[in-house]
Ligand binder design. Structure first.
Ligand SMILES: C[S@@+](CC[C@H](N)C(=O)[O-])C[C@H]1O[C@@H](n2cnc3c(N)ncnc32)[C@H](O)[C@@H]1O
Length: 204
């Protein structure tokens, strides 16, 4: 999807997003934050933070920056931050493919359910690596194309309605890893039936 189409889709979905996607995706979000093993003072960037459903899961001793391109999604995240008094969270409108942060600004960088949404996932990961300090951690959770040929075929069919659902269902893991130049990583199935995967890689 083009960037303008992504913004339009998520602006349109913002009001219903939490109802539909909050419970389904929550185990994966929580698993990433558990795996982060957050230390007091950790600087954490979440790209494509959406309505900010993950934000209350981070320890208040960390410093969280959340960015998103959809003003309506981010508006909801802002509301959540105010309501829950998440004073350790800073939110900004920004493109994950062109981050406005200096190199090595963060200890941990994560993208939850964003890789199959951005027009250029390779560029998004390149930017995540750039702003993460060397030796820091990258965490990505996403759905990748299924290994079963019948389900994979179905995912290719569903991919036709990408602009409606806001992500592409035809998203092979091997291609993503090779495009993003991620070679050493842990992979863990998450969420219902392990249909999504969490990738953890050290920023080498
Ligand atoms: C499926 S939602 C995931 C939201 C959130 N991470 C979650 O766990 O629910 C994808 C989010 O990525 C955002 N997004 C898409 N392209 C983006 C980009 N280039 N830069 C930043 N955010 C982007 C969308 O606006 C949307 O909020």
């Amino acid at each position: 999807m083009e960037q303008t189409a992504v913004i339009k889709t998520y602006d349109r979905m913002a009001a219903a997003y939490d109802l539909v996607f909050s419970p389904i995706f929550q185990p994966g979000r929580q698993r990433i934050i558990d795996k982060m093993n957050c230390k007091p003072g950790d600087r954490i960037l979440e790209v494509g933070v959406g309505t900010g459903v993950s934000l209350s899961c981070y320890p208040v001793t960390t410093r969280i920056t959340g960015i998103d391109v959809s003003p309506k999604m981010l508006e909801r995240a802002q509301r959540r931050v105010r309501k829950q008094q998440l004073n350790h969270v800073d939110l900004r409108i920004m493109d994950a493919q062109q981050l406005e942060f200096a190199d090595a600004s963060f200890d941990k960088v994560t993208a939850m359910y964003v890789a199959s949404v951005v027009p250029d996932p390779r560029q998004m990961v390149a930017e995540m690596k750039r702003v993460c300090r060397p030796g820091g951690d990258l965490f990505i959770v996403n759905h990748f194309s299924h290994s079963h040929s019948m389900i994979r075929w179905l995912e290719k069919v569903v991919a036709v309605i990408t602009p409606l659902i806001g992500f592409t269902s035809d998203f092979p893991l091997d291609r993503f890893l090779s495009d993003a130049k991620i070679s050493h990583f842990d992979l863990e199935p998450v969420n219902l039936f392990g249909y999504w995967s969490m990738i953890h890689a050290r920023n080498e």
